[in-house]
Design a protein around this ligand. Structure first.
Ligand SMILES: Cc1ncc(COP(=O)(O)O)c(C=O)c1O
Length: 377
């Protein structure tokens, strides 16, 4: 069956490695292998001793234990290691659904959270639960979801904290969502790649893995922990029949995780709180810088500070953000991303706050905007 173009990944493939100042990344600042090992008190020599043989398909037991310990009610046997977080979305769609099942997804969203489900069940069987703009920023309406559920609905796909809006539901919202789906026997797919990135001292919400409902949870080290190059992701599945179906699909996509990655992921999990705090600190600093920038450019942007995650979806009062990308990249080396790639309109841009060079990139963007405004006068 056809699959839609993966707009976000095509966009980054074109610009990410040749545009030095980026304002649109969803990942957080990374570290080197040496830095990670030092943090975790592990020597490079130990890394060198790792075998390059096949590994346990469900994931190294130590790694699964460390991951399970980051949840309240998850056991190591509920955890399935992946070869990348993105793989988990494909496996969940394949193992949890049949063609023509009905699925509800968020919109806008990271492309795979829409298109992989369309690919499996058929485009006409995927409904979009749209974010709406409230006075304080992006909102989701639970009653709207309720009106979309039918006896054919098999799965609801969410992603909290949300990429790109930065939306985080309250604990009670999550609880109500869980109860609504549980009472109808609908499976929840919860992408929690940005879990733990909650701003301004706000109370974090629990993982859906701990809310006792039929669910597949996706998480990994790419975003909150700043290690996207490790390609470490995992699913939490408490229903072991479903888990076995996922593992069967995984035999066809990757068989088992790479040993060197697992070794480094174990080191990362040992210092996960330190890595999370470093990411959050960078995001909070960059959000403060962004607050001041948007205060100076109130006519051009509609800014609402996101409550969680590493990104925001910001309205820009121009005809097309897409048309600005190439001139800005070639004259200033600055990369911006249109919300269009994520299913929003072309008058929004996704901003990312997790990178150390954010301030330099924003200054260059501001310099360019100032020149453009002067030229337009
Ligand atoms: C919400 C969400 N889920 C999954 C992924 C995939 O993560 P990875 O690129 O590490 O496979 C991303 C990446 O941007 C994402 O934003």
């Amino acid at each position: 069956m056809e699959i839609a173009p993966f707009e976000t990944e095509h966009f980054f493939a074109k610009y990410e490695f040749n545009t030095p100042y980026q304002l649109c990344n969803s990942d957080c600042e990374s570290v080197t292998i040496s830095e990670l090992l030092k943090m975790a008190g592990v020597s490079l020599e130990e890394l060198g001793k790792q075998s390059l043989a096949y590994t346990e398909s469900q994931g190294h037991p130590d790694l699964r234990r460390l991951i399970a310990a980051t949840y309240e009610t998850v056991s190591d046997n509920d955890v399935v290691l992946l070869n990348s977080p993105i793989e988990g979305i494909y496996l969940a769609a394949r193992a949890g659904l049949e063609p023509e099942d009905e699925v509800i997804v968020l919109s806008p969203a990271y492309d795979a959270l829409i298109h992989l489900f369309e690919h499996v069940v058929g485009r006409n069987h995927v409904k979009r639960w749209e974010f709406e703009k409230g006075s304080a920023g992006w909102e989701l309406d639970l009653t709207r979801l309720e009106s979309m559920l039918t006896p054919n609905t098999k799965m609801v796909v969410v992603n909290f904290p949300h990429n790109p809006t930065g939306f985080l539901p309250s604990h009670s919202f999550l609880q109500q969502l869980t109860e609504k789906l549980q009472s109808r026997n609908i499976l929840l797919f919860a992408d929690e790649m940005y879990h733990g990135l909650v701003h301004g001292g706000r109370e974090p919400v629990p993982s859906s893995a701990d809310l006792h409902a039929p669910a597949i949870i996706l998480s990994g080290l790419s975003k909150t922990y700043g290690l996207p190059g490790l390609r470490t992701g995992w699913l939490v599945i408490k229903d072991h029949v479903l888990k076995q179906r996922v593992i069967n699909w995984k035999f066809y996509t990757s068989i088992c995780p790479p040993g060197p990655t697992e070794f480094l992921a174990i080191a990362a999990l040992r210092v996960h709180e330190q890595l999370r705090r470093a990411s959050l600190q960078t995001i909070e600093n960059n959000l403060n810088i962004a607050d001041r920038f948007f205060e100076r450019w109130r006519q051009l942007f509609e800014w609402h500070r996101p409550t969680a995650g590493s990104t925001a979806l910001v309205k820009m009062n121009v005809a097309s953000v897409s048309h600005l990308i190439d001139p800005l990249a070639s004259s200033q080396g600055v990369l911006i991303q249109s919300g269009k790639t994520l299913g929003a309109d072309d008058q929004h841009l996704r901003m990312g706050f997790g990178r150390a060079k954010f301030n330099d990139a924003l200054q260059r963007f501001e310099h360019w905007l100032t020149e453009e405004v002067a030229t337009a006068k």
